[in-house]
Design a protein around this ligand. Structure first.
Ligand code: MEV
Length: 303
Protein backbone atom coordinates (compact mmCIF):
# COMPACT_ATOMS: atom_id res chain seq x y z
CA UNK A 1 0.00 0.00 0.00
CA UNK A 2 1.29 3.49 -0.85
CA UNK A 3 0.37 6.83 0.69
CA UNK A 4 1.37 10.10 -0.95
CA UNK A 5 0.82 13.73 -0.06
CA UNK A 6 0.36 16.70 -2.40
CA UNK A 7 0.11 20.29 -1.19
CA UNK A 8 -2.26 23.02 -2.28
CA UNK A 9 -1.25 26.46 -3.46
CA UNK A 10 -2.22 30.08 -3.09
CA UNK A 11 -1.80 31.92 -6.35
CA UNK A 12 -1.01 35.56 -5.63
CA UNK A 13 -0.66 36.92 -9.15
CA UNK A 14 -0.77 35.75 -12.77
CA UNK A 15 -3.80 33.42 -12.92
CA UNK A 16 -5.12 32.99 -16.48
CA UNK A 17 -2.23 35.11 -17.80
CA UNK A 18 0.06 32.11 -17.10
CA UNK A 19 -1.92 29.98 -19.58
CA UNK A 20 -0.61 32.36 -22.28
CA UNK A 21 3.02 32.35 -21.13
CA UNK A 22 3.02 35.28 -18.67
CA UNK A 23 4.64 34.84 -15.23
CA UNK A 24 2.80 33.99 -12.02
CA UNK A 25 3.65 34.25 -8.32
CA UNK A 26 2.35 32.05 -5.55
CA UNK A 27 2.96 30.06 -2.40
CA UNK A 28 2.70 26.44 -1.37
CA UNK A 29 0.06 25.98 1.34
CA UNK A 30 0.41 23.60 4.30
CA UNK A 31 -3.03 22.18 3.44
CA UNK A 32 -2.80 18.95 1.48
CA UNK A 33 -4.54 16.01 -0.13
CA UNK A 34 -3.34 12.52 0.67
CA UNK A 35 -3.90 9.60 -1.71
CA UNK A 36 -3.85 6.03 -0.43
CA UNK A 37 -3.38 3.42 -3.12
CA UNK A 38 -3.71 -0.28 -2.46
CA UNK A 39 -2.91 -2.36 -5.51
CA UNK A 40 -2.25 -6.09 -5.81
CA UNK A 41 1.19 -7.34 -6.88
CA UNK A 42 1.62 -6.89 -10.66
CA UNK A 43 1.25 -10.55 -11.56
CA UNK A 44 -2.12 -10.91 -9.77
CA UNK A 45 -3.64 -7.53 -10.78
CA UNK A 46 -5.44 -8.91 -13.84
CA UNK A 47 -9.22 -8.78 -13.42
CA UNK A 48 -9.01 -6.92 -10.05
CA UNK A 49 -11.86 -4.38 -9.77
CA UNK A 50 -11.25 -0.78 -8.75
CA UNK A 51 -12.80 0.54 -5.54
CA UNK A 52 -13.07 4.34 -5.75
CA UNK A 53 -14.17 6.89 -3.15
CA UNK A 54 -17.47 8.73 -3.70
CA UNK A 55 -16.58 10.72 -6.80
CA UNK A 56 -19.11 12.20 -9.22
CA UNK A 57 -19.23 10.49 -12.63
CA UNK A 58 -17.19 13.30 -14.16
CA UNK A 59 -14.56 13.25 -11.36
CA UNK A 60 -14.27 9.49 -11.61
CA UNK A 61 -13.67 9.63 -15.38
CA UNK A 62 -10.87 12.19 -14.86
CA UNK A 63 -9.26 10.29 -11.97
CA UNK A 64 -9.36 7.03 -13.98
CA UNK A 65 -7.55 8.71 -16.87
CA UNK A 66 -4.95 10.20 -14.49
CA UNK A 67 -4.35 6.74 -12.91
CA UNK A 68 -4.00 5.19 -16.37
CA UNK A 69 -1.39 7.84 -17.26
CA UNK A 70 0.91 6.80 -14.36
CA UNK A 71 4.08 4.93 -15.31
CA UNK A 72 3.30 1.17 -15.08
CA UNK A 73 -0.33 1.95 -14.13
CA UNK A 74 -2.06 -0.40 -11.70
CA UNK A 75 -4.91 -2.36 -13.31
CA UNK A 76 -7.16 -2.35 -10.24
CA UNK A 77 -7.23 -1.96 -6.46
CA UNK A 78 -8.46 0.65 -3.99
CA UNK A 79 -7.88 4.39 -4.06
CA UNK A 80 -8.80 6.76 -1.22
CA UNK A 81 -8.38 10.52 -0.90
CA UNK A 82 -8.41 12.57 2.30
CA UNK A 83 -6.82 15.75 3.57
CA UNK A 84 -7.26 19.33 4.71
CA UNK A 85 -7.37 21.09 1.34
CA UNK A 86 -10.82 22.22 0.11
CA UNK A 87 -11.36 20.98 -3.43
CA UNK A 88 -12.48 22.89 -6.53
CA UNK A 89 -12.22 26.42 -5.10
CA UNK A 90 -8.87 27.59 -6.50
CA UNK A 91 -6.31 26.14 -4.08
CA UNK A 92 -4.90 23.76 -6.69
CA UNK A 93 -6.64 20.58 -5.55
CA UNK A 94 -6.22 18.89 -8.94
CA UNK A 95 -2.47 19.62 -8.88
CA UNK A 96 -2.26 18.44 -5.24
CA UNK A 97 -4.13 15.25 -6.22
CA UNK A 98 -1.75 14.56 -9.13
CA UNK A 99 1.33 15.07 -6.90
CA UNK A 100 -0.16 12.87 -4.16
CA UNK A 101 -1.15 10.14 -6.64
CA UNK A 102 2.37 9.94 -8.09
CA UNK A 103 3.92 9.79 -4.61
CA UNK A 104 1.44 7.10 -3.51
CA UNK A 105 2.24 5.01 -6.60
CA UNK A 106 6.02 5.47 -6.86
CA UNK A 107 7.02 6.33 -3.28
CA UNK A 108 7.25 9.68 -1.50
CA UNK A 109 10.82 10.49 -2.58
CA UNK A 110 11.11 8.33 -5.70
CA UNK A 111 11.40 11.28 -8.07
CA UNK A 112 13.48 14.46 -7.82
CA UNK A 113 11.27 17.61 -7.74
CA UNK A 114 11.79 18.50 -11.42
CA UNK A 115 10.66 14.99 -12.54
CA UNK A 116 7.76 14.95 -10.07
CA UNK A 117 6.65 18.32 -11.43
CA UNK A 118 6.94 17.15 -15.06
CA UNK A 119 4.81 14.05 -14.40
CA UNK A 120 2.24 15.92 -12.26
CA UNK A 121 1.95 18.50 -15.07
CA UNK A 122 1.30 15.70 -17.57
CA UNK A 123 -1.42 14.17 -15.34
CA UNK A 124 -3.05 17.58 -14.75
CA UNK A 125 -3.94 17.76 -18.45
CA UNK A 126 -6.73 15.27 -17.62
CA UNK A 127 -8.33 17.80 -15.25
CA UNK A 128 -8.33 20.79 -17.57
CA UNK A 129 -6.96 20.71 -21.10
CA UNK A 130 -4.30 23.41 -21.03
CA UNK A 131 -2.78 23.72 -17.54
CA UNK A 132 0.06 26.23 -17.46
CA UNK A 133 2.01 24.09 -14.96
CA UNK A 134 1.96 26.78 -12.28
CA UNK A 135 -0.35 24.84 -9.91
CA UNK A 136 1.73 21.66 -10.03
CA UNK A 137 4.96 23.68 -9.62
CA UNK A 138 3.59 25.47 -6.57
CA UNK A 139 2.43 22.11 -5.16
CA UNK A 140 5.87 20.51 -5.51
CA UNK A 141 8.19 23.31 -4.32
CA UNK A 142 7.97 24.76 -0.79
CA UNK A 143 7.82 28.49 -0.08
CA UNK A 144 7.15 31.29 -2.53
CA UNK A 145 7.87 30.95 -6.24
CA UNK A 146 7.81 32.99 -9.40
CA UNK A 147 6.86 30.67 -12.23
CA UNK A 148 7.67 31.49 -15.84
CA UNK A 149 5.50 29.35 -18.14
CA UNK A 150 6.85 28.11 -21.47
CA UNK A 151 3.71 26.58 -23.03
CA UNK A 152 3.39 23.79 -24.05
CA UNK A 153 6.50 22.78 -22.04
CA UNK A 154 7.22 22.81 -18.33
CA UNK A 155 7.67 26.32 -16.84
CA UNK A 156 10.84 27.58 -15.17
CA UNK A 157 10.61 28.12 -11.42
CA UNK A 158 12.46 30.71 -9.36
CA UNK A 159 12.47 30.76 -5.54
CA UNK A 160 11.56 34.26 -4.33
CA UNK A 161 11.30 36.13 -1.03
CA UNK A 162 8.10 38.10 -0.57
CA UNK A 163 7.95 41.12 1.76
CA UNK A 164 6.86 40.79 5.39
CA UNK A 165 3.04 40.93 5.42
CA UNK A 166 0.02 38.92 6.53
CA UNK A 167 -2.46 37.43 4.10
CA UNK A 168 -6.02 36.75 5.16
CA UNK A 169 -6.98 33.85 2.90
CA UNK A 170 -10.55 32.66 2.39
CA UNK A 171 -12.77 30.74 -0.01
CA UNK A 172 -16.43 30.53 -0.92
CA UNK A 173 -18.08 28.08 -3.32
CA UNK A 174 -17.40 28.54 -7.01
CA UNK A 175 -20.04 29.07 -9.68
CA UNK A 176 -17.96 27.50 -12.52
CA UNK A 177 -15.15 24.97 -12.88
CA UNK A 178 -11.54 25.84 -13.78
CA UNK A 179 -12.01 24.15 -17.16
CA UNK A 180 -15.06 26.35 -17.94
CA UNK A 181 -13.35 29.54 -16.75
CA UNK A 182 -10.16 28.83 -18.74
CA UNK A 183 -12.31 28.03 -21.83
CA UNK A 184 -14.24 31.31 -21.31
CA UNK A 185 -11.02 33.35 -21.43
CA UNK A 186 -9.93 31.44 -24.54
CA UNK A 187 -13.20 32.38 -26.28
CA UNK A 188 -12.93 36.02 -25.13
CA UNK A 189 -9.37 36.12 -26.51
CA UNK A 190 -10.67 34.97 -29.88
CA UNK A 191 -13.44 37.56 -30.08
CA UNK A 192 -11.71 40.55 -28.42
CA UNK A 193 -8.03 39.77 -28.97
CA UNK A 194 -6.45 43.19 -28.36
CA UNK A 195 -8.24 43.96 -25.10
CA UNK A 196 -7.85 40.46 -23.63
CA UNK A 197 -4.21 40.13 -24.61
CA UNK A 198 -3.34 43.54 -23.16
CA UNK A 199 -5.13 42.62 -19.93
CA UNK A 200 -3.34 39.26 -19.65
CA UNK A 201 0.02 40.93 -20.34
CA UNK A 202 -0.65 43.50 -17.58
CA UNK A 203 -1.57 40.70 -15.14
CA UNK A 204 1.78 39.08 -15.96
CA UNK A 205 3.60 42.40 -15.44
CA UNK A 206 2.06 42.75 -11.98
CA UNK A 207 3.33 39.24 -11.11
CA UNK A 208 6.81 40.19 -12.34
CA UNK A 209 6.75 43.45 -10.34
CA UNK A 210 5.86 41.85 -6.98
CA UNK A 211 8.52 39.14 -7.41
CA UNK A 212 11.33 41.75 -7.62
CA UNK A 213 13.49 42.16 -4.50
CA UNK A 214 12.60 45.22 -2.44
CA UNK A 215 8.82 45.07 -2.96
CA UNK A 216 6.89 46.05 0.17
CA UNK A 217 3.46 45.11 1.55
CA UNK A 218 1.71 48.32 0.32
CA UNK A 219 2.91 47.72 -3.24
CA UNK A 220 1.70 44.09 -3.09
CA UNK A 221 -1.68 45.42 -1.90
CA UNK A 222 -1.81 47.96 -4.70
CA UNK A 223 -0.92 45.30 -7.28
CA UNK A 224 -3.65 43.03 -5.83
CA UNK A 225 -6.28 45.75 -6.32
CA UNK A 226 -5.18 46.41 -9.88
CA UNK A 227 -5.11 42.69 -10.71
CA UNK A 228 -8.60 42.27 -9.23
CA UNK A 229 -9.86 45.13 -11.38
CA UNK A 230 -8.53 43.39 -14.53
CA UNK A 231 -9.77 39.92 -13.49
CA UNK A 232 -13.26 41.35 -12.82
CA UNK A 233 -13.20 43.05 -16.24
CA UNK A 234 -12.54 39.59 -17.73
CA UNK A 235 -15.73 38.37 -16.00
CA UNK A 236 -13.90 36.23 -13.41
CA UNK A 237 -15.29 37.79 -10.22
CA UNK A 238 -18.79 37.46 -8.73
CA UNK A 239 -20.96 39.90 -6.75
CA UNK A 240 -20.43 37.89 -3.53
CA UNK A 241 -16.66 37.89 -4.00
CA UNK A 242 -16.68 41.64 -4.75
CA UNK A 243 -18.64 42.25 -1.53
CA UNK A 244 -16.19 40.21 0.58
CA UNK A 245 -13.16 41.96 -0.94
CA UNK A 246 -14.83 45.30 -0.17
CA UNK A 247 -15.22 44.20 3.48
CA UNK A 248 -11.50 43.37 3.63
CA UNK A 249 -10.71 46.87 2.34
CA UNK A 250 -13.06 48.45 4.87
CA UNK A 251 -11.18 46.60 7.64
CA UNK A 252 -7.63 47.60 6.82
CA UNK A 253 -6.58 45.50 3.81
CA UNK A 254 -3.88 47.15 1.68
CA UNK A 255 -5.41 45.31 -1.30
CA UNK A 256 -7.44 42.19 -2.04
CA UNK A 257 -8.16 39.91 -4.97
CA UNK A 258 -9.47 36.54 -6.08
CA UNK A 259 -6.95 33.71 -6.32
CA UNK A 260 -6.97 30.92 -8.91
CA UNK A 261 -9.45 30.53 -11.73
CA UNK A 262 -12.15 32.77 -10.16
CA UNK A 263 -15.93 32.46 -10.48
CA UNK A 264 -16.08 32.80 -6.68
CA UNK A 265 -13.69 30.48 -4.85
CA UNK A 266 -10.41 31.47 -3.20
CA UNK A 267 -9.39 35.04 -2.37
CA UNK A 268 -6.96 36.92 -0.14
CA UNK A 269 -6.44 40.31 1.46
CA UNK A 270 -2.98 41.83 2.07
CA UNK A 271 -2.40 43.26 5.58
CA UNK A 272 0.50 45.11 7.15
CA UNK A 273 0.64 42.64 10.06
CA UNK A 274 -1.16 39.73 11.79
CA UNK A 275 -3.05 41.97 14.25
CA UNK A 276 -4.69 43.87 11.40
CA UNK A 277 -5.58 40.68 9.52
CA UNK A 278 -7.08 39.09 12.63
CA UNK A 279 -9.16 42.22 13.24
CA UNK A 280 -10.71 41.79 9.76
CA UNK A 281 -11.52 38.07 10.23
CA UNK A 282 -14.72 38.51 12.23
CA UNK A 283 -15.99 41.22 9.86
CA UNK A 284 -15.44 38.90 6.91
CA UNK A 285 -17.48 36.12 8.54
CA UNK A 286 -20.28 38.55 9.44
CA UNK A 287 -20.48 39.90 5.90
CA UNK A 288 -20.53 36.36 4.46
CA UNK A 289 -23.41 35.46 6.81
CA UNK A 290 -25.35 38.56 5.72
CA UNK A 291 -24.85 37.50 2.11
CA UNK A 292 -25.74 33.84 2.95
CA UNK A 293 -22.46 32.77 1.37
CA UNK A 294 -20.69 30.20 3.56
CA UNK A 295 -16.95 30.80 3.97
CA UNK A 296 -15.53 27.29 3.49
CA UNK A 297 -11.91 28.16 4.32
CA UNK A 298 -10.29 30.94 6.32
CA UNK A 299 -6.66 31.26 7.47
CA UNK A 300 -4.08 33.95 8.12
CA UNK A 301 -0.63 33.43 6.62
CA UNK A 302 2.18 35.53 8.04
CA UNK A 303 5.17 35.90 5.74
C1 MEV B 1 -5.68 27.94 -11.86
O1 MEV B 1 -5.27 27.81 -10.51
C2 MEV B 1 -4.77 28.89 -12.59
C3 MEV B 1 -5.13 29.13 -14.05
O2 MEV B 1 -4.22 30.14 -14.51
C4 MEV B 1 -5.02 27.88 -14.89
C5 MEV B 1 -3.57 27.44 -15.11
O3 MEV B 1 -2.65 28.23 -14.98
O4 MEV B 1 -3.39 26.26 -15.48
C6 MEV B 1 -6.54 29.69 -14.20
Amino acid sequence: MGVGRGYGKLLLFGEHAAVYGHPAVGLRLDDYLEVELETPAARSSEGVQWQWPEFSENELAIVRRAVEALPHPPGGGRLDVRGTLPTSVGFGSSAAFCTALIRAHLGADALPPEELWALAHELEHHFHGTPSGIDTGLSVYPGASAIHPKPPGLPRREQITLPAMTLLVGAIQRTSSTAELVAGIRRARETDATRVEQTLARLGELARAVSRPGTDAPSVGEAADEAQHHLAALGLSTPALDALLETLHAHGALGAKLSGAGGGGAFFGVFENTGRAEAAEAALRRRAEELSVPVIYQRTLTL
